[in-house]
Design a protein around this ligand. Structure first.
Ligand SMILES: Nc1ncnc2c1ncn2[C@@H]1O[C@H](COP(=O)(O)OP(=O)(O)OP(=O)(O)O)[C@@H](O)[C@H]1O
Length: 223
């Protein structure tokens, strides 16, 4: 089943064409690495897939629904429930304890507080930072913060997890551990994972590598 489909996606920052017609289908449970030189459009691709950026042309479908044709409230809901996002620096809310950071997407989606906290704690266990549930992000190592970001991305049960250089801020050991957590968590959930990376180890763990060059897919390799 296709959970993410980009069709001829184009995106420019003013006159700078970052994506020049990218098409990509990702199946449920698949792990896809997006690689390529700095500036080739990897983050822009991920942001279009996440609905953070709206393509100038082409379309993005998540779980069979076209982001552009949905009314704003349904698009937000789809993004909140079907897409998990992990960025290079976890983007956790600084003043909130981990448990609340991870529960937040569920609370925003209208779940009861007790239920959201229970699910958040489960995911903190799953990624190995349950002991830090009451700590705020500044009290954590970079690796622990990224683990919590993985928990937050997965707590809603998304169909697709989009990760932009998730190990980029970590040393190689913490990066390797985070990668294992991310792969395990996505597989456990049955979610597809699209991971933008410069890291050969990350790319080697994928089912498929998409190499971008100057805003187009240069080649695709099944691994
Ligand atoms: N906010 C922005 N405003 C203007 N140009 C931008 C912006 N963000 C990215 N670009 C340009 O768009 C192109 C693609 O950038 P993008 O960040 O998607 O590449 P990338 O492959 O993720 O790079 P990196 O590996 O360095 O993160 C580059 O030429 C970049 O300079």
């Amino acid at each position: 089943m296709t959970v993410l489909e980009l069709s001829s996606v184009e995106y420019s920052y003013r006159r700078n064409a970052a994506l020049r017609g990218v098409s990509l289908q990702v199946q449920a449970g698949e792990v896809v690495a997006v690689t390529g030189a700095s500036g080739c459009g990897k983050s822009t691709l991920l942001h279009c897939a996440a609905g953070i950026l709206t393509p100038d042309a082409g379309s993005v479908q998540v779980a069979g629904q076209d982001l552009a044709t949905l009314p704003e409230d349904e698009r937000s809901r789809l993004r909140r429930t079907k897409v998990g996002v992990v960025l290079q620096f976890g983007q956790l809310v600084p003043d909130l304890p981990l448990i609340d950071n991870v529960a937040l997407p569920l609370l925003l989606d209208g779940h009861e507080r007790a239920e959201a906290h229970e699910a958040a704690l489960e995911w903190l266990k799953q990624v190995g930072v349950a002991d830090e549930a009451d700590a705020v992000p500044a009290e954590l190592s970079g690796g622990q913060a990224q683990r919590a970001a993985v928990a937050r991305a997965l707590v809603t049960g998304p169909s697709v997890v989009l990760a932009d250089e998730p190990t980029g801020s970590l040393d190689s050991r913490a990066g390797q551990e985070l990668l294992e957590v991310l792969l395990r968590a996505s597989r456990y959930r049955g979610a597809a994972l699209v991971v933008v990376t410069h890291d050969n180890l990350v790319a080697a763990s994928a089912d498929r590598e998409i190499r971008l060059r100057d805003g187009v897919i240069q080649h695709e390799v099944a691994l």
